[in-house]
Design a protein around this ligand. Sequence first.
Ligand code: PGA
Length: 245
Amino acid sequence: MKYIIANWKMSIDDAKIDKFLNTLKTQVSSKNVVCGVATPFVYINKVLPTLSQYHWLVGAQNVSFAESGAYTGEISAKMLREQGVNFCIVGHSERRVMFGETDEIVNTKIQRLLEQNLTPLLCIGETLEQHEQNKTNLVLKKQLQSDLADIKYVDKLIIAYEPVWAIGTGKSASTKDIQQNILFIKQTLGKMYGDKSQDITVLYGGSVNPKNAQSIFLLNCVDGALVGGASLDCQKFLDIVHSMQ
Ligand code: PGA
């Protein structure tokens, strides 16, 4: 199955969501692609009725590393499950860079999500400096091994390969780089989990838009996309979804 997931980040508001959902209601949904939206926590209940009506997944953009207790401002995996969330982004580079989310924290968050039967959407990727120094494979391997340390339930896992330098820049990675790096990720997962790793979905993320989506989706190894900026406009997002078929 292919997945196209929207990451609204903190770039959305009530009016934009209303517009998004109204546009969605005028469209025929696609059977070949699973769509989903990672929304800020406060809008989960607003988007859920419409998205589930269209069989779209509802996701969160963050989760606490802790199970419960005195963690002011945090949201637990159990709370997400109780609200009807299906998946949650972890390890996004914006959280790694701006909020100090280490591989160890990412690993704990993945464990919390799996305990609640939620799908972790793990983002990994190299910085521009690492890219230019040809360290991409090293970085991806280290992130996979640390973020997934002691994680056994691999069938419930989505990985997004997101080169940090391609996020929000309008400069997507080349199809050659995407193919090479996603194949490397799949190979590494194969070494970690054996045959079971074939169930793991690997998406590409980083400046995916209606113009470049088709050439990215033509790559056999790409199981879909994580879309930031172009996912705020429902029509643009659906254009990306339709270029998958
Ligand atoms: P972008 O964001 O599509 O705006 O580059 C992708 C992401 O951060 O997941």
